[in-house]
Design a protein around this ligand. Structure first.
Ligand SMILES: Cc1ncc(C[n+]2csc(CCOP(=O)(O)OP(=O)(O)O)c2C)c(N)n1
Ligand SMILES: [Mg+2]
Length: 617
């Protein structure tokens, strides 16, 4: 039996009937489809979504933002669900490229359906078409290729019969997932075809828990047994595999300490006895000192970005070896590791069994406890700093952390906040800490917060956003109000880019372009720009208030919590007061040639520090 549908109608029918399943829990894979319509999709995908309401349509304000929302939705769902995104051709399509890169880098499934130029070609060039004298087979949508894990252009209706299953395979693949882009020429979207009924029936994609090679597992157990100073680096894969209980058991049983990457934070609660906190550039002293000395690193679901490896200076023991547990073969081989290519949960369970009775010695455990105690005191100290307005960022983090519960979610992405939060946030449950730090994309915060709230409507979502990020992308407040997905947004106003200002000065420069001030001749040395964030947020439909002291902030947050619509609490924070770095380094190359003494000095320091970098090949 066939059903005559347009290509767009068949896509909507197909997507609404796809399910994922893991551990015998089944869920609809697509919660809905975001979209902004234009001539490139309104009569195709727009018509189909209007007619077939099984795939719920959501209107947003910006195409980049909707991809962030989809990525955050999938991250908060541990990659077991996502959202689709449809756009018009041209700028609507290319607006999604940043979102696609973010999703692919963070290994998060999102399905992108940009409109594309006519397959028929006779009316070219159409509005917004990129013309090429070299080929008629080129459009701006080709820009999605390097940032997509699967890319296709649908030139004939029957191509979706093979393209959509491929798209689903990649989206639900723990190893391969990321952005999937199906470019849909605007004429093809509307073409009718007799699609087989079976193609449109319910289909369940079972997400596997692959097991690693048996011999490698035995070797890994031997390596762990003989290690004197083992350390676990927990990455995002622990959370995506829902392996937190298996990790807690493994760490408890073996006594091996655990530190966490940005994506892996929350793998253990902050008060777990083996928890050393953040590792790397934005790490804690305990994690970084123990990483430096470790003779065995067990990386679990970690990509080893430069923030985690402190630009390859984190692991200084000449004898250090790596065991990498990772669903992706690509990651499991990093640092010449013994590759346990497989799912984090089952691999940890198997390792626990293989290591029954094996435990680190008691002096190693004491060291962990000492580092833990010292670090908790340091967090208390930073949370407890009392300063006249403008208050410190550490104080703000403390206030929000103390208010929030294990099921709530704190979301952030860029600026000076990620580093401070990585160190200071006391994570109480998996998913409680949601940091987008693969792409660290300014503008993810509010759009991402919306996706989290859609995935976890019962939880309070706290969006922490700098003034720079807010000015880049705040418009999805309107969408949150429209959809009744309430966000608790805290906007930290330090009048510019504190992070990059600090970095600029650290590189011997003067912080050009990092303050929001009036121009005075060649410099931005004038008065602060009078941006009224409270009025701005209120104008978008939010309940908004401005605060200065931490008491005012606390009261406003409680008041904001009572509101039914999205609240924005603006708090002025100090540009200068920063949480220090601990026992780490980040490679940001400094000018080798300069007339400035401060740059020259920074370069000398830089050359010295770089000597610690290792080639872990
Ligand atoms: C889209 C994007 N553009 C540029 C950057 C580089 N960048 C990182 S942090 C930052 C400034 C962030 O300012 P703000 O949100 O006010 O946070 P603050 O540094 O003041 O904490 C910039 C420009 C980025 N991460 N993302
Ligand atoms: Mg700022």
């Amino acid at each position: 039996m066939n059903r005559r549908l347009t290509v767009a109608q068949a896509i909507v029918a197909f997507l609404s009937n796809q399910y994922s399943s893991r551990d015998n829990r089944e869920r609809r894979f697509f919660q809905g489809c975001f979209g902004i319509f234009g001539h490139g999709n309104v009569a195709g995908m727009g018509q189909a979504l209007e007619q077939d309401r099984r795939l719920r349509y959501y209107l947003c304000r910006n195409e980049q933002a909707m991809v962030h929302t989809a990525a955050a939705f999938s991250k908060a769902s541990f990659r077991l669900r996502t959202l689709a995104c449809t756009t018009s051709i041209g700028p609507g399509a290319t607006n999604m490229i940043t979102g696609a890169a973010l999703a692919t880098i963070n290994r998060l499934p999102v399905l992108l359906l940009p409109g594309d130029i006519f397959a028929r070609r006779n009316v070219s060039p159409v509005l917004q078409q990129l013309e090429s004298p070299a080929s008629q087979d080129a459009s701006v949508n080709d820009c999605f290729k390097p940032v997509s894990r699967y890319w296709d252009r649908i030139q004939r209706p029957e191509q979706i019969l093979t393209a959509l299953p491929e798209a689903m395979r990649v989206l639900t693949s723990p190893d391969n997932t990321g952005a999937v882009t199906l470019s849909l020429p605007q004429d093809v979207q509307t073409e009718g075809f007799d699609f087989p009924e079976e193609f449109l029936e319910k289909r369940v994609w079972t997400i596997p828990r692959n097991r690693c090679d048996r011999a490698f597992l035995i070797t890994a157990a031997e390596w762990i047994r003989s290690a004197k100073k083992p350390l676990i680096v927990a990455g995002g894969g622990v959370l995506y595999s829902e392996a937190w209980d298996a990790l807690a058991k493994f760490a408890q049983q073996t006594g091996i300490p655990v530190c966490e990457t940005q994506a892996g934070k929350g793998s253990l609660p902050y008060d777990h006895a083996q928890q050393l906190g953040a590792i790397g550039v934005t790490g804690t002293p305990g994690a970084n000192i123990m990483a430096r000395e470790a003779d065995l690193i067990i990386g679990i679901g970690a990509r080893y970005s430069d923030f985690t490896t402190a630009s390859k200076t984190a692991f200084q023991n000449a004898e250090v070896r790596f065991i990498n547990i990772n669903v992706a073969e690509f990651d499991s081989y990093k640092h010449r590791a013994l590759p346990l290519t497989g799912d984090a949960r089952v691999t940890l369970e198997e390792l626990s069994e293989a290591l029954a009775g094996v435990r680190v010695n008691s002096s190693y455990q004491e060291r962990i406890s000492e580092f833990r105690d010292e670090w908790e005191k340091e967090v208390d100290r930073i949370y407890g700093i009392r300063k006249d307005p403008p208050i410190t960022q550490g104080q703000v983090i403390g206030v929000i952390n103390e208010m929030s519960h294990a099921d709530d979610v704190m979301v952030c992405a860029a600026g000076s906040l990620p580093g401070d939060l990585h160190k200071l946030w006391r994570t109480r449950g998996p998913g409680n800490y949601h940091m987008e730090y693969g792409y660290s994309c300014m503008g993810y915060e509010i759009a991402g917060g919306l996706g989290i709230k859609m995935a976890k409507p019962q939880s309070d979502v706290y969006v922490m956003v700098g003034d720079g990020s807010y000015l880049m992308m705040a418009q999805e407040i309107v969408t949150s109000v429209q959809e009744g997905y309430k966000l608790n947004i805290v906007l930290l106003d330090n009048h510019g880019f504190s992070s990059i200002g600090g970095l600029s000065r650290g590189c011997g420069n003067e912080g050009m372009g990092t303050n929001y001030r009036y121009r005075q001749g060649e410099r931005y040395d004038g008065e602060l720009l009078p941006v009224d964030f409270q009025a701005n947020a209120a104008s978008l439909g939010a309940w908004a208030v401005r605060t200065r002291t931490s008491e005012e902030l606390r009261n406003a947050l409680h008041e904001g919590k009572k509101q039914t619509r999205t609240s924005v609490v603006v708090v002025e924070t100090s540009y200068e007061d920063r949480v220090p770095g601990y026992e780490s380094w980040w490679d940001v190359p400094i000018a080798e040639v300069s007339e400035s003494d401060t740059v020259k000095r920074a370069r000398t320091e830089y050359e010295k520090a770089r000597k610690k970098e290792r080639f872990l090949f």
